[in-house]
Design a protein. Structure first.
Length: 83
């Protein structure tokens, strides 16, 4: 899959690729450098780094799945991030 880099160094990813990663507008992607090149992955919430909120999240709580969150929100199921 090829993507084009604009003169402003911006890249547009195909919708299918972003949906497969479960990311959308406003989400962050992490670019990791390794011996074989670069890897792009969704930036997930690390519950251990939430500081004062860490004691409010039960141990064993899985990371937030943005794809599932958006799907449920679009179907009117579950909470939204804004209440």
């Amino acid at each position: 899959m090829l993507v084009k880099i604009t003169s402003k160094r911006q890249v547009t990813f195909p919708k299918r690729a972003l949906e497969a990663m479960g990311v959308g507008p406003g989400d962050r992607l992490e670019l990791l450098e390794g011996p074989d090149g670069f890897t792009l992955r969704p930036r997930r919430i690390d519950h251990s780094r939430l500081g004062t909120l860490a004691d409010k999240i039960p141990p064993g709580t899985p990371p937030l799945d943005m794809r599932d969150f958006r799907d449920r929100r679009e179907r009117g199921l579950g909470p939204t991030m804004w209440g």
